[in-house]
Ligand binder design. Structure first.
Ligand SMILES: Nc1ncnc2c1ncn2[C@@H]1O[C@H](COP(=O)(O)OP(=O)(O)OP(=O)(O)O)[C@@H](O)[C@H]1O
Ligand SMILES: [Mg+2]
Length: 250
């Protein structure tokens, strides 16, 4: 369980997150949605301690973010940030292999190597294993970063817009794999999505943010309404219910 209590965050004096309290239960897929600039990436970065906490408290199971040992947190929670930089000469296998670093600290064991192969297989990267990152398409590169996050073998996976650059088939395949990790491998997935239809199709729960505040939290069919789309995104996209699921008509 990740518990966020009274989290506020300022950047250069501007309030970015305002008094957020939320509990993400263990297991399942939670989607984080909201307009550009709402604070989604900032919230995820604080959970993963990529940026230091100013006010409030975040716990990941028994670990207190910012107080517990960073190594313990790294083995419990992995994050794929929205933008990541990696040396373009790295091969896919090397990049995915970096995900095992917190375990082996530079001396990979056969188990580490097996996990890397498993990650590449799971995310359809085996044919690209020897390719360097600068030769990949945007979507292939994105999948390699998701695999690197996966092989960290953590209970919690935080993914900030992993569908960026992915085509429809690759997006559906990735979401189905994340669903499977949550359903069958006890992983907890928190994923920032812009496409509400992917959120309602694959997530158990949706958290909606606007202007640094959490404004809705619940099952997709309860949370995603035409009124919410209008008030949060300030656009009048109609909503239909298809097979019990809300679908935004874009
Ligand atoms: N380092 C920074 N310096 C100044 N402002 C920042 C910084 N990081 C974030 N912000 C501001 O904080 C606000 C929230 O940013 P954040 O990246 O968390 O939004 P987001 O919901 O992830 O948006 P997007 O959907 O566009 O990725 C934005 O207004 C952004 O400009
Ligand atoms: Mg963001």
């Amino acid at each position: 369980m990740i518990e966020v209590q009274n989290l506020s965050h300022d950047i250069h004096g501007a309030p970015i997150l305002r008094d957020i309290s939320v509990t993400v239960p263990k297991g399942g897929v939670t989607a984080l949605v909201g307009p550009n600039g709402a604070g989604k990436s900032t919230l995820l970065s604080l959970m993963a301690r990529l940026i230091p906490r100013q006010q409030g408290r975040i716990t990941v199971d028994e670990l207190v973010v910012g107080e517990s040992d960073d190594k313990d947190l790294a083995r419990r929670l992995a994050i794929l940030p929205q933008t990541v930089h990696a040396a373009s000469r790295l091969t896919v296998r090397d990049l995915v292999g970096f995900g095992r670093y917190p375990y082996h600290r530079g001396r990979p064991t056969p188990d580490d190597r097996a996990m890397v192969e498993d990650g590449m297989r799971l995310f359809d990267l085996l044919p690209l294993a020897e390719r360097s990152l600068d030769t990949l398409s945007g979507g292939q590169r994105q999948r390699a970063f998701v695999a690197m996050t996966y092989v960290q073998d953590t209970d919690y996976l935080l993914l900030d817009e992993p569908l960026n650059n992915l085509d429809l088939a690759a997006s559906r395949a990735l979401m189905a794999r994340l669903r499977d990790l949550a359903d069958n491998k006890d992983r907890t997935v928190i994923i920032v999505l812009h496409d509400i239809n992917f959120a309602t199709a694959y997530a158990d729960r949706v958290l909606v943010m606007k202007e640094g505040r959490l404004c809705a939290d619940g099952a997709p069919q309860d949370v995603i309404t035409e009124t919410l789309i209008q008030s949060v995104f300030e656009t009048d996209a109609p909503l239909r219910t298809v097979e019990g699921r809300p679908v935004v008509m874009v």
